[in-house]
Ligand binder design. Structure first.
Ligand SMILES: Nc1ncnc2c1ncn2[C@@H]1O[C@H](COP(=O)(O)OP(=O)(O)OP(=O)(O)O)[C@@H](O)[C@H]1O
Ligand SMILES: [Mg+2]
Length: 312
């Protein structure tokens, strides 16, 4: 098992037997980094959450859905985390993959993964060692700053760069019902990799100024990927930040419905609870189960799972 020094980032290989006696005892364990001598607390239970695989391999591969739009702050991470956790509550096995250098999925779930997508892509650790069980049925492959270095490695590949993520995630394909991917804003090699791996695209569109322009631009980029990868389809457009008190967002929603009648989903209304929940490390279903936001994400879970009776 790997313990990473929070100060110098050196990875230490530690025998699981050495820390096992501390599980569930409530005793604090302090580690000393052999490299920089920094002393730091170790969360033993979190370390053990890494171990093992979520399930024996399934007969079918996971549905792979990426939540993406080049425009920032439209509710990508909020949607990926709450859709993922809602599907997990409904009993599906879910892997949430954070491909963003901001690493906010882990923050929203109140978890601090010691390894994640970077270690998977650089093959430093096995897939099972990189994922963390964040909730029952919900596993997280964390993102974060270190992904910036990985992007450079992908950029330098002379061929097959766009398949890097697909190759790394292949061993996890049959262990989950859903693999939900959160992406960063903008457009880079990692997002291209996500679009070469995912089959379904879910686009959150904030019902604010200029959303349709951002969507049109993104759909152009998606079209250029589809020339090479026919399997990827725009499946869901999810309007977010709907403020029912003012007319503007409602008319934007009406426009979207007209333009994309087959892909438009019920909107996620503007709700303060969605802004507050992350600082408590809670999903909307845990933080405000009776809120309109919880009802809206519950509806989205039912739409995506194609199960109108999903118990979220
Ligand atoms: N429906 C909503 N109502 C109110 N606040 C929301 C709603 N959806 C998201 N938020 C808040 O808006 C902010 C931006 O949301 P989020 O981080 O999910 O966007 P993002 O698209 O992932 O951003 P980025 O492009 O930077 O990754 C967050 O503070 C989030 O809590
Ligand atoms: Mg985000």
């Amino acid at each position: 098992m790997i313990i990473i020094c929070p100060k110098c980032s050196r990875k230490h290989n530690v025998s699981p037997d050495a820390v096992k006696p501390y599980i569930g005892t409530g005793k604090k364990l302090t580690a000393t980094c052999k490299s920089c001598r920094h002393r730091f607390p170790v969360l033993v239970d979190a370390l053990f959450a890494h171990k093992g695989e979520p399930e024996p391999p399934k007969a079918f591969k996971a549905r792979k859905i990426c939540v993406t739009l080049s425009k920032g702050g439209v509710g990508k991470t909020t949607t990926a985390v709450n859709l993922g956790s809602g599907l997990a509550l409904a009993g599906y096995k879910v892997l949430l993959v954070d491909t963003d250098t901001q690493g906010q999925s882990a923050y929203m779930l109140g978890r601090k993964p010691v390894a994640g997508l970077t270690e998977l892509l650089t093959q430093e650790l096995t897939p099972a060692e990189c994922i963390l069980e964040a909730r029952k049925n919900l596993w997280l492959l964390g993102g974060g700053k270190s992904l910036a270095g990985v992007k450079r490695i992908i950029d330098r590949k002379s061929f097959g760069a766009e398949w890097t993520l697909s190759e790394a995630l292949a061993p996890l394909d049959r262990q989950f019902d859903f693999i939900i991917m959160d992406t960063s804003p903008g457009w880079d090699q990692l997002i291209v990799n996500v679009l070469f791996y995912a089959q379904e695209v879910l686009v959150p569109v904030a019902l604010e100024v200029m959303p349709l322009h951002g969507l049109a631009e993104f759909l152009k980029s998606l079209g250029s990927i589809q020339k090479y990868r026919k399997e990827i389809v725009l499946k869901y457009i999810v309007p977010t930040f709907l403020d029912t008190r003012i007319k503007g967002p409602q008319s934007l929603y009406a426009q979207l419905k007209k333009l994309y009648p087959d892909t438009i989903c019920a909107p996620i209304r503007y709700n303060e609870s969605l802004t507050e929940a992350p600082s408590f490390g809670k999903t909307i279903f845990e933080f405000a189960p009776g809120s309109t936001a919880s009802a809206d994400y519950r509806k989205l879970v039912r739409t995506v799972s194609l199960n109108d009776n999903a118990l979220v």
